[in-house]
Design a binder for this molecule. Structure first.
Ligand code: 6PG
Length: 472
């Protein structure tokens, strides 16, 4: 019999998704190019490892792979984002026919996805750009899936994607049609933006506790576990685990080089915020924190040139304040991430359903947490408004602000950077200030460049210019 789905690319995610599909009773054929130099046939080996349990027709020949698929064909690409996707599509389309469907399950850029969809549509080939979150384990047991493209493509692929997705608290799949064009990959990008913010925020508290408070990794782990009784965040949970991992007598965390890598999605979120003209403080701060971490040698040199404010251990701090500051920054980071979705939805007419997006992020994905569960209802009540003005969030954030500012101030005062914590507070203060500093910016622009300005005492849209040179 022919296979219902062809899985192209047996990296970690590809293998896990193939197993997930097979477990759900989907007939899946697997393809991986033959890797000459290492003398292995990845597809053959993978199929071999599972004989007796699952039957994976395996291929390293494109024509035979495509021929094994029932028509119209469904092919899921799990290859590296970027040029590879174009190369693979180019190779595949020779063998495909009108009505066949390609799903790109990688972290592709949403603009590439929109372009690919258009190009393939000319040939009558359907295309979905599906963000898939959850890492290896998520892919195997049930990831969160964010597919974007045409309805028609989703109508075909949805049944498979929904089968392999994680389940929300009501048992519904953490997979839903996101919208047209590259919207699925845009939503995955914003997910990763929030992910960068949350990861960095946790890392900042770890750093502050470890070096400012001189806590042992065990103690920090215990604090995170305690916080996580309320927060139920996957990222906080794995951070608590990480802190306990030992190598011999020593904690592994102490041996890991403090220079972060990244594959792009965080920075793309910032780029898209720049294009859309919207703020993205916490996410951008998290990307920049990775960038500055990467210049380790420069940091080491510069460290010797300045004294830290104080080498003493920080003692006098209330732990409730620290927890409140964490919660405040995390809520603000989510507000910022979702506001990027709102802005893109308006700009591109995607009609994104934020409540549904929050729902499919409640399980399977990296940023799942108890808060995400609340967001389903919050965005149902008030779609398209910034989280910061929702009454329930206002109530929560009001309580946390004093602590958030205090912790940020104390961290700075004692010489510890907390870029996301501080970016969150700056965003909060700016977003909730009726009076910004920008009247001065406008005056400066008008002074040196006659760029004109609007006035408080005149209707918006009327522009004024002043001859600013002091009269002598
Ligand atoms: C997920 C992750 C996943 C991947 C990131 C890591 O949702 O499952 O986001 O997609 O781990 O791409 O990104 P960086 O390498 O940029 O940290």
């Amino acid at each position: 019999i022919k296979s219902e789905v062809g899985l192209f690319g047996l990296g970690v995610m590809g293998k896990s998704l193939a197993l997930n599909m097979a477990t759900k009773g989907i007939h899946v054929a697997v393809y991986n190019r033959h890797v000459e130099k290492v003398e292995v046939d990845i597809a053959k080996d993978f199929a071999g490892e599972h004989t007796g349990i699952f039957n994976f027709p395996w291929f390293d020949d494109l024509a035979a792979f495509v021929d094994n698929l029932s028509q119209p064909r469904n092919i899921l690409l799990m290859v590296n984002a970027g040029k590879t996707v174009d190369i693979v599509i180019k190779g595949l389309i020779h063998f495909l026919e009108e009505g066949d469907l390609i799903i790109d399950g990688g972290n592709s850029h949403y603009k590439d996805t929109a372009r690919r969809e258009k190009e393939l549509a000319k040939k009558g080939i359907l295309f979905l750009g599906a963000g898939i979150s959850g890492g290896e384990e998520g892919a195997k047991k049930g990831p969160s899936i964010m597919p974007g493209g045409t309805r028609m493509a989703y109508d075909r692929a949805g049944k498979y994607l929904e089968k392999i997705a994680a389940r929300d608290s009501k048992g519904n799949p953490c997979c839903a049609f996101i919208g047209p064009q590259g919207s699925g990959h845009f939503v995955k990008m914003a997910h990763n933006g929030i992910e960068y913010g949350e990861m960095q925020l946790i890392a900042e508290f770890y750093h502050y506790f470890r070096f400012g408070y001189k806590f042992t990794p065990e103690k920090i782990s215990a604090i995170f576990l305690d916080w996580n009784k309320e927060i139920q965040s996957y990222l906080l949970e794995i951070s608590a685990d990480i802190l306990l991992k030992k190598e011999g007598e020593e904690f592994l965390i102490d041996k890991i080089l403090d220079a972060a890598k990244q594959k792009g999605t965080g920075g793309w979120s910032t780029n898209s915020a720049l294009e859309l003209g919207v703020p993205l403080d916490t996410i951008t701060a998290a990307v920049m924190a990775r960038n500055i971490s990467a210049i380790k040698e420069e940091r080491k040199t510069a460290e010797k040139l300045y004294e830290k404010p104080s080498a003493e251990t920080i003692q006098n701090q209330n732990f409730n304040d620290l927890f409140s500051a964490y919660k405040s920054a995390s809520i603000i980071n989510h507000a910022i991430g979702f506001s990027l979705l709102t802005a893109a939805s308006k700009e591109y007419n995607w009609e994104l359903n934020l409540s549904e997006i929050a729902r499919i992020w409640t399980n399977g994905c990296i940023i799942r947490s108890a808060f995400m569960e609340n967001l389903i209802k919050i965005f149902k009540d008030t779609p398209e408004t910034n989280l910061l003005v929702h009454p329930q969030i206002v109530e929560q954030l009001k309580d946390y602000q004093k602590s958030h500012r205090q912790v940020a101030g104390e961290a700075l005062g004692s010489g510890y950077p907390m870029p996301v914590l501080m970016a969150a507070q700056n965003y909060f203060l700016s977003y909730t200030s009726g009076q910004a500093a920008a009247n001065m910016i406008q005056a400066q622009r008008d002074y040196f460049g006659a760029h004109t300005y609007e006035r408080n005492d005149k209707p918006r849209g009327e522009f004024f210019h002043t001859d600013w040179k002091p009269d002598n």
